[in-house]
Design a protein around this ligand. Structure first.
Ligand code: GLN
Length: 200
C-alpha cells in the first residue's frame, strides 16, 4: 500500500520518515497525479491556513475532499486535524477544510501560556506506556458528532477536550507523533485503518 503525505507546507518530512521507518511505501503528494498514485494520505502539522490556500492553488482541494468522501484512509496531525474537520470555528479569511471528521475545532486553542507543551496521554487503541504527546499551538475538538470516536482528551481547567479522534477511516490528533520518535500512532493508522481498508 502506498501512503502519500501532503507536502505543500509543514513537517511532511517527519511524517515521511516515520512511515518509512515502519516499512510503508511513503511518498510526497503535491499534485493530483501524485494523489492518484497513493492509497492513503497523511496531512502534516504546519499552518493550516497556508496548507488550505496552497491546496486550492494546486487544484488539490476538491480531489482530496472527494477521495476522503469515497473512503480514502487519512490521518492528520495538528494543522492536519484542522484540515480534516467539518467546521473550523475561527478560520483565517479564505481558509477551507477537506472535511472527513464531523468535528468542530478551535485553532490555537490552548492559549498563549501553554502554547506548546507535552503531556503523557492514554489513547484508546494504543497499548503499552502512555504516549508522550507534543502540542505546538495546537487545536482542540470543541464538539463532535456521535459518529466520532474520541480516543484521547486533555483536561484544562476542569474541562475535557478531545485531542485524538477517529471517524471511520479518518484519524486526527492535535499533537505531533511525527516528531516524538514514538511511532505507535502511525502504526495504528497503517495497521488498523489502512490495512483494514484494503481488507488485509
Ligand atoms: N496553529 C496552527 C494552525 O492553525 C497549527 C499548528 C501546528 O500544526 N503545529 O494551523
Amino acid at each position: 500500500m502506498k501512503v502519500g503525505v501532503l507536502a505543500l507546507q509543514g513537517d511532511f518530512r517527519e511524517h515521511l520518515a516515520t512511515l518509512s521507518r515502519l516499512g510503508a511505501d511513503a511518498s510526497e503528494v503535491k499534485t493530483v497525479e501524485q494523489l492518484r498514485a497513493v492509497h492513503a494520505l497523511v496531512i502534516p502539522g504546519g499552518e493550516s491556513t497556508t496548507i488550505s490556500k496552497l491546496a486550492i492553488a494546486f487544484g488539490l482541494m476538491e480531489p482530496i475532499r472527494e477521495a476522503i468522501k469515497s473512503g480514502f484512509p487519512v490521518y492528520g496531525s495538528c494543522a492536519g486535524m484542522i484540515l480534516l474537520s467539518k467546521t473550523i470555528l475561527d478560520p483565517a479569511s479564505g481558509q477551507e477544510s477537506f472535511g472527513g471528521i464531523d468535528i468542530s475545532v478551535r485553532r490555537n486553542a490552548f492559549g498563549r501560556q501553554v502554547d506548546s507543551f507535552e503531556s503523557d496521554l492514554t489513547i484508546a487503541g494504543i497499548s503499552g506506556e502512555p504516549v508522550r504527546a507534543i502540542f505546538i499551538r495546537a487545536p482542540w475538538v470543541e464538539s463532535a458528532s456521535e459518529d466520532v470516536k474520541v480516543l484521547a482528551s486533555v483536561t484544562i481547567d476542569g474541562t475535557s477536550h478531545p485531542v485524538a479522534v477517529q471517524q471511520g477511516r479518518a484519524l486526527a490528533t492535535s499533537f505531533h507523533p511525527e516528531i516524538s520518535g514514538d511511532d505507535r500512532i502511525h502504526r495504528f493508522f497503517l495497521e488498523e485503518i489502512c490495512q483494514r481498508a484494503v481488507g488485509k
